[in-house]
Design a protein around this ligand. Structure first.
Ligand code: TMP
Ligand code: ASP
Length: 239
């Protein structure tokens, strides 16, 4: 089904063409990176866990009417996705302050953000993915005004749906990053992954970090945290 050479290789995933020009194979790698790849590691099984977690979440979002690129799981580490032209913006939704917003603005960690904040970052590793305003994104043609509005609405809808999914599992959704793409018909859909690499999940009772912050901050038991997320999600699936 796939050719051997990826058409794209990122820090945590590879993309391959398939026989269908509209469909790509997305393979999750076992690599973990942080701080724009200044910190790197390989953890066997991470790719499989993210493939499972992201597939589960994207299917859940499809079932709730959020259009996204997921087509179907192929094997342990790969899934088929719709081919899209990625909009060069990383969209971050924050429910609780932590991470870069605290460093950038000097605000304390743990403030509840009501309503949640939606931020845009330019996807550009050479520049370290700088934060940008909606106006800058429009002015420089990274997205049109209506596209920005659509993306913001979808991001907030995803936030509500993910909170509805995770809160009953004892997991607090602190923040997360989304990417969007345009299909050949010009429809804006959710793309990329939703996993502990791209979200912050805190155990609601203990406050334990169950995401990539365990790697960023050298907290240990990284894979165990990802397994815990999958365990709680998959138990829900069986209920
Ligand atoms: P931040 O606090 O470092 O800006 O991260 C906000 C959220 O975005 C957090 O859930 C982690 C996620 N994220 C990514 O998925 N990729 C990235 O490159 C960065 C910087 C953050
Ligand atoms: N994804 C980014 C990197 O690989 C940063 C991060 O997630 O902290 O460097």
């Amino acid at each position: 089904m796939t050719q051997r050479e990826p058409i794209y290789e990122g820090k945590a995933k590879k993309l391959f063409e398939t026989e269908d020009p509209d469909i790509l194979l997305l393979e999750y790698k076992d690599t973990l990176t942080a701080f724009n790849a200044l910190k790197k590691a390989t953890m066997e099984g991470k790719g499989t866990l993210n493939n499972k977690i992201s597939s589960f979440i994207l299917q859940y979002l499809s079932s709730k009417g959020v259009p996204n690129h997921f087509v179907k799981v192929i094997d342990d580490s790969s899934q088929l996705v719709k081919k899209v032209e990625i909009i060069p913006l990383e969209v971050v939704v924050r429910n609780i302050t932590t991470g870069s917003i605290c460093k950038r603005l000097g605000v304390p960690e743990g403030i509840n953000l009501i309503p949640p904040l939606v931020e845009f970052y330019l996807k550009n590793d050479d520049l370290g993915d700088p934060i940008v305003t909606k106006e800058q994104a429009i002015a420089f043609g990274w997205a049109a005004k209506e596209e920005i509005e659509k993306i913001k609405d979808l991001a907030l809808r995803v936030n509500t749906l993910l909170q509805e999914l995770f809160t009953p599992l004892g997991i607090t959704l602190v923040d997360f990053k989304l990417e969007f793409g345009k299909t050949k018909d010009g429809e804006i859909i959710l793309a990329d992954e939703i996993s502990p690499d791209t979200c912050r999940f805190w155990d609601s009772s203990s406050g334990d970090r169950l995401d990539k912050d365990r790697f960023r901050k050298d907290l240990g038991n990284v894979l165990e945290a990802y397994q815990e997320i999958w365990k709680r999600l998959s138990c829900k699936g069986e209920r």
